[in-house]
Write a protein that binds this ligand. Structure first.
Ligand SMILES: C[S@@+](CC[C@H](N)C(=O)[O-])C[C@H]1O[C@@H](n2cnc3c(N)ncnc32)[C@H](O)[C@@H]1O
Length: 270
């Protein structure tokens, strides 16, 4: 119940503003969507750059910012497009930004993109039903640095790593996560019912910041910088390990393992 009040309060612009000031005074970096170009300009120069989910409403702008900042090569990726606006910008700037039409969680798309030093991904993670798989996909194409911005939900005191799955919530439950009061006019699957035909257009997961951090670590990233907001996080991460991978034994090895487990009598119905 208390958590409900926390969320409702943070959705009120005045209280949200006070919260931002309080977090700033506490020494936290308080983030905003407008600061994304700053992070791109800080990390792109002299590096190859990939922008995952580059198109909706932005027409590849972050890819062009990376190119103008001195990225050595730039690849923009999306499940639709390129838009005419993207093509116009590419032409007028004499740009060599490469566009890949693909789904970042598909192996053939990863092969097409290849690896980049810096991977940028904003506004995509909460649109995927399997956020861990998406982060692992980002890890596969990322050599050094991940810049990720995503919607989140406020931390639940006493319940670290919690998350909310939005699809199938009834109208009343969805209302809590509707951010219209903060200027978000449409959140598919929240401000309207979940629509399977809309695929990734839907909002799937409300991750708490602690859950996001744990997922990033499991996917092989270390969070080096965090800019926080009541309903979003921007993180800059370093690649520090391979993503978690469950190795499948070959048939002989699997049989031996099965014999050992049976002999030890350690497998009991859960
Ligand atoms: C909310 S928009 C964010 C656009 C831009 N990055 C920004 O921050 O303003 C999400 C974008 O990601 C794309 N997208 C969603 N799921 C994707 C996936 N699995 N692979 C590649 N692109 C995806 C969408 O088509 C859309 O262009």
């Amino acid at each position: 119940m208390l958590y409900r009040y926390k969320v409702l309060s943070l959705k009120r612009p005045l209280l949200n503003g006070l919260w931002r000031r309080w977090r700033g005074r506490r020494g936290d970096v308080v983030g905003s969507y407008e600061r994304l170009p700053e992070y791109i300009r800080a990390h792109a120069p002299g590096h190859s750059f990939a922008d995952i989910g580059c198109m909706w409403g932005i027409n590849g702008e972050y890819s062009f910012i990376a190119e103008a900042a001195g990225a050595t090569s730039v690849t923009g990726v999306d499940v639709f497009g390129p838009t005419p606006e993207f093509e116009d910008k590419r032409r007028s700037r004499g740009s060599s930004v490469r566009f890949v039409l693909g789904d970042i969680t598909r192996a053939d798309t990863l092969a097409q993109i290849g690896q980049s030093d810096v991977v940028f991904c904003a506004g995509v993670l909460y649109h995927h039903p399997s956020p861990f798989d998406l982060l692992v996909a980002l890890r596969r194409i990322c050599r050094e640095t991940l810049i990720l911005r995503t919607s989140t939900i406020p931390e639940i005191d006493g319940l670290p790593n919690a998350a909310v799955y939005f699809p199938m919530l009834d109208e009343r439950a969805r209302r809590l996560w509707n951010l219209r009061s903060l200027g978000l006019l449409h959140q598919a699957g929240i401000s309207s019912e979940f629509e399977p035909a809309d695929g990734y257009g839907n909002w799937f997961w409300g991750l708490t910041p602690s859950c996001l951090t744990s997922l990033l670590k499991t996917a092989g990233f270390r969070v080096d910088f965090r800019a926080t907001e009541a309903f979003a996080e921007t993180v800059v991460c370093a690649t520090v390990a391979p993503a978690l991978h469950h190795r499948l034994p070959d048939e002989l090895e699997a049989r031996q393992l099965a014999e050992e487990i049976s002999a030890a009598g350690i497998a009991r119905p859960a």
